[in-house]
Design a binder for this molecule. Structure first.
Ligand code: AMP
Ligand code: MG
Length: 446
């Protein structure tokens, strides 16, 4: 039996990122970057206006107002060439490239066009009648201008390796012009439900039977984790069938999750099956509730065809909330690493301006057992009678002045999926004792 933190360390130590592949940008959401990405061009690629208004030389508008000749009109997406002269303005729209010499853009809201009088005589030199505009000043150098390369420069690293790609990263990659990205391959996970009492959905419940709820739930948990799953056919508590199913999965999958049969009952045959199939046990039993009999091991293949193949093997006790907690605490952590996220940042540092932000890039620090977990406060006293770290379901109260307040939900224990489905998360009570209202507790939320 190991402590929860030790179990997590063992799992992380055994997990290795799976080698990579290239995927198209539209398939990149929630994938993990294998290498850092540098910008192939400056952004913005040209100096542009951030408002609709008038581009001018700021030195022409140092006082409260000045009059300018409007010499041209520029819109976004169309390049024109012109150098601004003394008290000349180009009418410019948001996103348009700035004329040479322009050092400020005065917003349209601060401009009063002078409408040329119908009766005014045409200019004597024959040039076309040009409009004038009165602009409100003073205009500082750089007003309403986004200079070329001011967001990032060509060759600058804009995304670190091992960054998870979310919507903003998709936008950024598109801005760089990336059609494909280098990412880690998605782990392949097999789910094997075991137990003589299980019947599959679509068949009637006979005496003593229950539906296999763990299989679909684990499949859903895996899908939430961004991995590829295969829900295998349910196997009864029968040694040769168990061995066949386990053996068949070890060389094909990166992770095998077996539900049921890992405790100390006479039909709990899974640990011996793992041993027979050559899986090396790392630990059996975690000091926690629910989920105490959890089993973890590693299968390493040495045959030529599957050289270097590793399969992480989890045996989760069959009670549904044990399966759920075991997955959330340990399997999910392993999947993070297999998917390509770092197991642990070397140096905790938190520079919000660095693109190498380890906290953002390291969800394991935000793991319920990590060093910056989500926390909640109890709305009422709680008496913990079991001397084992215990996870209990809670609901947020959504109290406007105290958004972190939670209430514990009644539960019938580790078989109670109903309370789990009513819960917003699970709260951890590390030891026996009295937890007064207001106590802060670590939470596992979803
Ligand atoms: P076991 O870990 O095999 O001792 O099972 C513990 C409890 O979980 C028993 O009550 C089983 O009936 C139940 N159980 C095992 N596997 C499943 C499953 N796939 N779906 C729902 N309940 C299960
Ligand atoms: Mg069983």
């Amino acid at each position: 039996m190991v402590e929860m933190h030790t179990a997590l360390q063992h799992v992380l130590a055994a997990a290795r990122p799976i080698p990579g592949e290239t995927c198209s940008l539209d398939q990149a959401l929630h994938r993990i970057l294998r290498s850092e990405i540098s910008a192939p061009h400056d952004t913005p690629p040209f100096t542009k206006s951030t408002v609709d208004g008038y581009a001018i030389r700021s030195e022409d508008l140092t006082g409260p107002v000045a009059t300018f000749d409007v010499v041209d009109q520029w819109v976004a997406g169309h390049r024109r060439v012109r150098r601004l002269g003394d008290h000349e303005a180009v009418r410019i729209m948001t996103g348009a490239e700035l004329p040479d010499g322009a050092t400020a853009v005065v917003m349209q809201e601060d401009a009063t066009p002078i409408v040329a009088s119908q009766s005014a005589p045409p200019p004597e030199d024959g040039s076309p009648t040009h409009e004038q505009v009165v602009l409100k000043g003073p205009a500082r150098n750089g007003l309403n201008i986004l200079p070329q390369g001011s967001i990032y420069r060509r060759h600058e690293i804009v995304l670190p390796a091992q960054r998870s790609v979310a919507a903003a990263e998709i936008g950024l990659l598109a801005e760089l012009g990336s059609t494909h990205v280098d990412v880690y391959r998605r782990p392949r996970v097999a789910i094997l439900p075991t137990g003589d009492e299980l019947v599959d959905l679509g068949t009637g419940l006979g005496p003593g039977k229950i539906y296999n709820s763990n299989g679909p739930m684990l499949d859903a948990l895996c899908q939430e984790s961004g991995v590829i799953t295969e829900l295998l056919a349910t196997v009864g508590d029968e040694p040769s069938r168990l061995q066949e199913a386990v053996q068949g999965s070890l060389s094909q999958f990166d992770v095998l999750i077996v539900s049921g049969g890992v405790s100390v009952g006479i039909k709990d045959l899974v640990p011996q099956t793992f041993a027979q199939c050559g899986v090396s046990r790392v630990f059996h039993g975690v000091h926690m509730k629910p989920g105490k009999p959890l089993w973890f091991g590693v299968f390493e293949s040495s045959t030529r065809s599957t050289d270097g193949h590793r399969c992480l093997v989890f045996g989760l006790p069959g009670n549904p909330t044990s399966v759920f907690v075991g997955f959330q605490l340990f399997v999910r952590a392993a999947l993070y690493v297999l998917r390509g996220l770092p197991a642990r940042s070397s140096e905790p540092q938190n520079d919000p301006l660095s693109s190498h932000d380890p906290v953002r890039n390291d969800p394991l620090r935000r793991h319920p057992l990590g060093d910056i977990p989500d926390m909640a406060r109890l709305v009422a006293d709680h008496e913990q009678i079991i001397d084992r770290p215990t996870w209990l379901p809670f609901r947020w109260l959504y109290a406007p002045q105290a958004p972190d307040l939670v209430a514990l939900l009644p539960t019938q224990g580790s078989a109670d999926l109903l309370s789990l489905s009513r819960a917003d998360g699970l709260a951890l009570f590390p030891t026996r004792g009295h937890y007064p209202a207001g106590s802060k507790v670590r939470i596992l939320r979803w």
